[in-house]
Design a protein. Structure first.
Length: 172
């Protein structure tokens, strides 16, 4: 027969061994609901402060949503872009990055898109960019990078965005 030993409480800081049990000497700790109920009487909600906080959150969300809007577009051989040709997706064949301050803006800035495939532009020549960008060709007319120097400006018309100031790029 195996005599059963009475449970030996572990000493503080010592890990439990397999089969070792622990008995709570004090009463069970209060449940979370009891703690919530006990502190509920202490909490007072200032209705005006709550309304102000909610309004501040709504204003912050609205201003974040009203931030700049970016569109991408091809560079046609005329100094304007039809509204329907703007895309919210940065496609590699679209060299123009257009930035509107908000959705109802009547003016916009533009530059050469960092997502554009520069090898397409370099391979096809930059002549297609001449209606939107001011630049000087290197003496050998060979270059490997396009760098934005200053942004250009567009104005909204009935069906398109017109160039009112060319962007400046450097070819190196």
């Amino acid at each position: 027969m195996n005599p059963t030993q009475p449970p030996v409480p572990p000493t503080p800081g010592e890990p439990l061994e397999i089969g070792q049990t622990v008995e709570w000497s004090a009463s069970a700790p209060p449940s979370i609901h009891e703690l919530i109920d006990a502190s509920a009487e202490e909490v007072t909600i200032d209705r005006d402060a709550r309304v102000e906080s909610l309004m501040a959150l709504e204003d912050a969300a609205a201003s974040a949503a009203a931030g700049p809007i970016h569109y991408y577009a091809p560079a046609p051989d005329v100094p304007s872009i039809e509204h329907r040709k703007l895309s919210p997706n940065p496609l590699p064949q679209m060299p123009l990055l257009i930035t509107l301050a908000h959705a109802d803006a009547t003016t916009a800035q533009f530059c050469f898109s960092p997502q554009a495939d520069q090898s397409r532009i370099i391979g096809n020549g930059v002549r297609e960019l001449k209606e939107f960008f001011a630049f000087e060709l290197p003496p050998t007319e060979q270059f490997t990078t396009i760098t934005n120097l200053t942004a250009g400006k567009l104005e909204k018309t009935d069906g398109s965005w017109q160039v009112v100031g060319k962007a400046v790029i450097a070819l190196s």
